[in-house]
Design a protein around this ligand. Structure first.
Ligand SMILES: NC(=O)c1ccc[n+]([C@@H]2O[C@H](COP(=O)([O-])OP(=O)(O)OC[C@H]3O[C@@H](n4cnc5c(N)ncnc54)[C@H](O)[C@@H]3O)[C@@H](O)[C@H]2O)c1
Length: 300
């Protein structure tokens, strides 16, 4: 990363705001490009309360608060990212949109600038093909919530250079994260391992092997997982899980990634998990904890 240390982040949603917060706390100047004014405002509030939480917990000196917040600026067009030294894209998970954003960034940004994507499942190699700098395109996959999660999965695409990988790893480390190198195959490592486990837990439920509560208990108490796969699916969103299984199935061309029909049926019914109040478990409105009566009861 060049000495100026200016990071542009595209999108100020769940991930963009979290990445911006962590970068600003690490002393990096951040420009967030957000097309939706309301989302920009929500992102700003999220960053402010995130930094305040750090102060309240004693992790950030109170005197640093305003200096950190002053490092984050907002813009509404990609043109304004022209003087960035490094770009992390965290726009919605749509391949066409990401390719469009990368093509424009490629035109606007200096030739030495690395353009990274926070995509969870789109091929970094296909995103790179929309630019004229494939050696400087890379995946930088942060996890939610960004301030709390230690991992950044760094995805090398077909033409990513060693210099690009090293600079991206250095940025992740500077942000206090642990960088893990992976290669560009569908689902990378995180979703390739996690999602089939969730999918298999859904098959086990569909086939009546055990109740939802029992399946999660086996994985929590027997495998020491912090939460069961079905509760985790509810947290992630069943629509996101289904989409990722489809990406794995299409990308690998292997029937072992077939999405469970029950998962598809629940998505069709709008039972997406915590965000809709119904998934494998039920959730009382505004309190994102499984309800005592609903926990373990399969609702679809
Ligand atoms: N949410 C997660 O748990 C998670 C975890 C890891 C990776 N990801 C990935 O991170 C990316 C972002 O996810 P998210 O959950 O933050 O999404 P989000 O919907 O919360 O935020 C996306 C933001 O991008 C903005 N946007 C849309 N088009 C834009 C454009 N052309 N230029 C600038 N901003 C634009 C939207 O207004 C929105 O505020 C996705 O690729 C997703 O797969 C998400």
């Amino acid at each position: 990363m060049a000495a100026a240390d200016k990071l542009a982040i595209i999108g100020s949603g769940t991930m963009g705001a979290g990445i911006a917060q962590v970068a600003a706390v690490s002393g990096i100047e951040v420009l967030i490009v957000e097309v939706d004014r309301k989302a920009a405002e929500t992102g700003r509030q999220r960053i402010t309360s995130g930094v305040q939480r750090g102060v309240d917990k004693g992790k950030i000196p109170a005197g640093e608060r305003d200096r950190i917040l002053a490092r984050v600026r907002f813009a509404s067009t990609l043109k304004e990212a022209a003087d960035a030294d490094f770009v992390v894209e965290a726009a919605p998970e749509t391949e066409d949109l990401k390719q469009k954003i990368f093509a424009e960034l490629d035109r606007e940004c200096r030739k030495d600038v690395i353009l990274a994507s926070n995509t969870s499942s789109i091929s970094i190699t296909r995103i790179a093909a929309a630019t004229g700098r494939a050696d400087r395109i890379i995946g930088m996959h942060f996890f939610n919530p960004v301030p709390a999660m230690q991992l950044v999965e760094i995805i090398r695409a077909q033409a990513t250079s060693d210099e690009t990988f090293a600079a991206t790893r250095d940025l992740a480390v500077r942000m206090g994260k642990t960088a893990v190198e992976v290669h560009d195959f569908p689902g990378f490592v995180s979703n390739r391992v996690l999602m089939p486990m969730i999918n298999e837990a859904t098959f086990a439920l569909m086939e009546g092997v055990a109740s939802a509560e029992a399946i999660d208990q086996v994985m929590v108490l027997g495998m020491n997982h912090p939460m069961g796969p079905l509760a985790l699916a509810d947290l992630i969103g069943l629509d996101v899980c289904l989409h990722t299984m489809e990406v794995l199935q299409r990308g690998h061309g292997d029937p072992k990634y077939r999405p469970c029909p029950l998962m598809r049926r629940m998505v069709d019914a709008g039972h997406l998990g915590r965000k809709t109040g119904h998934g494998f478990f039920t959730y009382p409105a505004r309190a994102p904890q499984p309800s005592a009566s609903g926990a373990g009861r399969h609702r679809s």
